[in-house]
Design a protein around this ligand. Structure first.
Ligand code: ZN
Length: 504
């Protein structure tokens, strides 16, 4: 077989895997949006069967032979060519999937499935001891997983690599530490300011749900989301999903008394969908047509949610429209009051409710704890104490109970240790890209005030979206901005914006 023939076979296999993967995506979307409760049992069986089929296809030993036939050939001589990028990533996926013994994967899946209800019960009762035995088992299996996968430096690297390919604990630590050293005192300054917003404007007034939905669609369409290729639905937890070329869906949830909840989750999911919508469609189902990493994905959602959607320029354009939708609710509210209200900074216990300034501190705390668990063998019963101590140190609050502390997130019960850092990496990448976009496009933010967002979308498409997985995230940021990832652009953004709002 020639390398070219082997490559064509790999492409064909990738397509079959993509058919199965997107079929699972449709089922998953339906489960969250439409499925009646009594359909759950059969749906779980279908999904688990399809997962098995997918796993079998992805670990077929013939893939190894096909990859070997291409890897030494001229076809991949240029490491940035489509072929080389695909082969590199297929090799990585194949090796990661086959390093884990099948019995191990099955055992891990069983433990995680059983842990879901236990975690939910522990959270409802705010009692960590209920979840501790399951978490202990998940941690032991996760450590074993890191050993199977292998690592150069720290076991945690093997886990991080599953979500942020090639990323190293040391590099994340470098950027997070630098950020925290500036962020913590800056937060103190904000809290001490005598100028404070009135968040009740957006958190405790009447916002009829149907109008919220239309306004959210207007904003996302304005950002460039193509509703011929998208739709907005309601689910318990907002998410976005890519079901194939021309089909990127987003969801939100509505609260008739809270504007922020649905509006900013729509902008967030729009950012994810815009990335998927602008990846090269001709490469769909291959790494060349996929997102670079979870961190880069999150950089896109945070860009549209925060750097655009929470900017003064955006609200200069969008507040008059918003007031037309809610004339009575906002009759006594000025654009400046509204802009300040959607940017209220307040340390709270729950990560998903956190503002732009405090959010990253929630992530750093989880990153510290995960390293202690995986690299230093922190015993499971000591996790809540470490959580509460760090929370006091980073956010200045005493955690009242475990449901507002260590039990709040679903990730660990799903066996996803190593995932959290990608959220903060997203904020950091987003700010660094955005600073570059502003330097490249004069008047970028002034254009937002006129409702013009296409210059930014075009820039993101050209510099980030079109590359797919061509570059690793940490290389992409250097290619695009000329610098390695740094805390400085994010910190400069926060200082400028919140320094002005809170008159520091
Ligand atoms: Zn996101």
């Amino acid at each position: 077989m020639t390398p070219e023939q082997a490559y064509q076979q790999l492409l064909q296999r990738a397509k079959e895997i993509a058919y199965l993967g997107t079929a699972q995506g449709v089922l998953g979307w339906d489960q969250e949006v439409n499925m009646p409760r009594n359909g759950a049992q059969w749906r779980a069986e279908m999904q688990s069967y399809l997962s098995g089929q997918l796993h079998r296809k992805a670990t077929d030993p013939e893939i190894n032979d096909l990859l070997a036939a291409v890897e030494e050939s001229d076809l991949v001589a240029n490491p940035l060519s489509d072929e080389a990028v695909n082969v590199r990533e297929w090799r990585r996926e194949y090796d990661r999937a086959t390093k884990l013994p099948t019995e191990f994967v099955e055992r891990f899946t069983r433990v995680v499935v059983l842990s879901q209800q236990v975690w939910a019960e522990a959270r409802a009762k705010a009692d960590f001891s209920i979840f501790a035995p399951n978490l202990g088992e998940i941690i032991e299996l996760t450590k074993q997983k890191a050993e199977y996968l292998g690592y150069e430096d720290k076991p945690y690297d093997a886990l991080l690599d599953g979500f942020e390919p090639g990323e190293k604990t040391e590099n994340v630590k470098r950027v997070f530490t630098a950020l925290r050293e500036e962020l913590a005192p800056f937060l103190q300054e904000i809290m001490a300011s005598s100028t404070q917003p009135d968040p009740s404007i957006v958190e405790d007034r009447d916002y009829p749900v149907e109008r919220q939905r239309i306004l959210g669609e207007v904003a996302s369409a304005g950002f460039g989301l193509n509703y011929e290729s998208s739709r907005l639905d309601v689910s318990t937890h907002p998410f976005s999903t890519n079901l194939g070329p021309g089909d990127q869906r987003i969801t939100t949830r509505f609260n008739p008394r809270n504007f922020n909840d649905s509006f900013f989750s729509i902008l967030h999911e729009t950012g994810h969908a815009l990335y998927e919508q602008n990846l090269p469609a001709e490469h769909f189902g291959t790494p060349r047509g996929e997102a670079a990493s979870l961190g880069i994905h999150e950089s896109q959602s945070r860009t549209w949610e925060n750097l655009v959607g929470r900017s003064r320029a955006f609200w200069a354009y969008f507040f008059p429209i918003t007031r037309q939708f809610f004339p009575k609710t906002l009759a006594d509210v000025s654009m400046e009051d509204f802009y300040f209200a959607v940017n209220a900074v307040k340390p709270g216990f729950i990560r998903v409710d956190a503002d732009e300034v405090t959010y990253n501190l929630h992530i750093m705390l989880r990153f510290e704890i995960e390293q202690a668990i995986i690299n230093e063998g922190l015993p499971v019963e000591e996790i809540p104490a470490m959580w509460n101590t760090l929370f006091k140190e980073y956010l200045g609050l005493d955690v009242p109970d475990d449901s507002k502390g260590v039990l709040q997130d679903v990730h660990w019960s799903h066996g996803m240790i190593g995932y959290f850092p990608t959220y903060a990496l997203g904020n950091l990448y987003g700010a660094q890209f955005f600073a570059q976009a502003k330097a490249d496009i004069p008047g970028l933010e002034e254009a937002f005030a006129r409702g013009e967002f296409l210059p930014l979308l075009d820039w993101l498409r050209q510099h980030i979206h079109q590359h797919g997985m061509r570059y690793r995230a940490y290389d992409l940021v250097e290619v695009v901005t000329g610098e390695p990832l740094s805390h400085e652009p994010l910190m400069a953004h926060l200082r400028a914006k919140y320094g002005e709002l809170y008159r520091l």
